[in-house]
Write a new protein. Structure first.
Length: 163
């Protein structure tokens, strides 16, 4: 698959909401409980330091996205956080890796020096393997840090990468 990643514009809102809400509804990776609407989604994606949308160059279809934003403020404002989402039908085709690599390139352009993930769920083996491959450092494990959709708790792993 030939992927190009572009900055979010309002014309991407329907695709972005569909991709984001699919991950939220799965209840296995994102902490959000509520789906985005056209109104809340536009505000959400525009409020990020950067929202990137991955498109299949051949079909023009949006197949993934990422959001990039400060992890904190003030003296910790140089640390950013990101979230990645790929349409389920396109997972396993390297789109996630393209999104993360694009994010790693974009973050310093936005003034960030460290990329930190606060809560990678331990069952998200593909993401953990990718982050390890790309040089992220695991900080430990937080027992029961994520409430799964089925009501059980799973451990989360915080990771970081110096940019």
């Amino acid at each position: 698959m030939n992927i190009v990643i572009k900055e979010f514009t309002e014309k991407d809102i329907t695709s972005a909401i569909e991709i984001w809400n699919e991950v939220v509804d799965d209840g296995l990776a994102f902490p959000q409980l509520d789906d985005l609407t056209a109104e809340t989604g536009t505000a959400f994606f525009k409020s990020q330091s950067y929202t990137g949308i991955a498109f299949d160059k051949d079909t023009g279809e949006a197949v993934g996205l990422y959001i990039l934003h400060p992890n904190n403020e003030g003296r910790c404002g140089h640390i950013c956080n990101a979230s990645y989402a790929v349409k389920s039908a396109y997972r396993g085709h390297g789109i996630g890796e393209s999104l993360v690599k694009h994010c790693i390139k974009t973050a310093p352009e936005k003034g960030f020096k460290i990329l930190q993930f606060n809560a990678v769920v331990t069952s998200n083996k593909n993401a953990l393997a990718l982050y390890k491959k790309l040089g992220f450092t695991q900080l430990g494990t937080i027992p029961g840090g994520f409430l799964l959709k089925n009501g059980t708790y799973e451990d989360i792993i915080p990771l970081y990468l110096v940019l």
